[in-house]
Write a protein that binds this ligand. Sequence first.
Ligand SMILES: Nc1ncnc2c1ncn2[C@@H]1O[C@H](COP(=O)(O)OP(=O)(O)OP(=O)(O)O)[C@@H](O)[C@H]1O
Ligand SMILES: [Mg+2]
Length: 296
Amino acid sequence: MFGRSRPQGPGTAAAGEATPPAGGYFGGQEPMRAFDRPVTDAAVLLRDVHKKYGRGSTATHALRGVSIALPRGSFTAIMGPSGSGKSTFLQCSAGLDRPDSGSVLLGDTELTRMRENKLSDVRLSRMGFVFQHFNLLPALTVHQNVELPLKLAGKRIDRNKTEEILSRVGLPDRGHRRPGELSGGQQQRVAIARALVTEPDVIFADEPTGALDTTTASEVLALLREAVDQLGSTVVMVTHEPNAAAWADRVLFLVDGEISDELTLVDSEEIASRMRELTRTANRSKAAAAPVRGRA
Ligand SMILES: Nc1ncnc2c1ncn2[C@@H]1O[C@H](COP(=O)(O)OP(=O)(O)OP(=O)(O)O)[C@@H](O)[C@H]1O
Ligand SMILES: [Mg+2]
């Protein structure tokens, strides 16, 4: 029942969008959908997470009691209006920022009260990151960029394995190049290879297609999808784009620091329409809460 491959439905595969090569980037196995697998536990678990920036009357409540479980082997998209708390959600989930209260677990590991050096070990060995602007080191070769998390974690580097991952993301024989010699889409594939190299528990992606054209964006999203379906990775992706969110199994909508809604296995039209509704409602409540000018 969940055997369809993403994206599906109107609006998700615009004319000219790329499709993955036959058999997919990660080989020809029959994809195993996240929902076909028994979900025994969560890769990431947030319990009543609150995060506030600033103090007193000018404080911003970026997260107001977020509780959510993200199952292993699932692809979750986080959407919401600008300022709704998406990046804060990702940063708190990845231990890059500390919640004021509540707890964040990576599998069985409680991150919330972990010391900074231990947290940074956990991030290096158990999390992968993909950013809008790729964040590759320009002075390093592609091989070295991909191997960097292993090197920083003091783990053994296996050049054959690096090559294998680069082939999987469609970049065989590019290992000696520098990022500046690659296109944006190719650089993002290197970033995905870097995120996969440690076989992390979860990959966090913040607007991974924000700097890419539609065709290249689809190729990058297909890679994330295949990492979930064929390697069993867990992906959490913040995006503004319904077309990108449609590749996920589940879309969570944040409004004003709270998860206000979620959709499962839907196409980009439905996602776009839900976003429009939520933005309208959020704007209406903001307008109602704003002081009326000209009155005492
Ligand atoms: N370091 C910070 N200091 C003060 N306020 C912050 C900080 N980071 C975020 N905020 C505020 O917290 C709220 C949530 O911010 P966040 O960056 O999580 O939103 P977002 O949903 O990712 O927005 P966007 O779509 O624009 O990236 C916003 O009102 C923002 O101004
Ligand atoms: Mg953001």
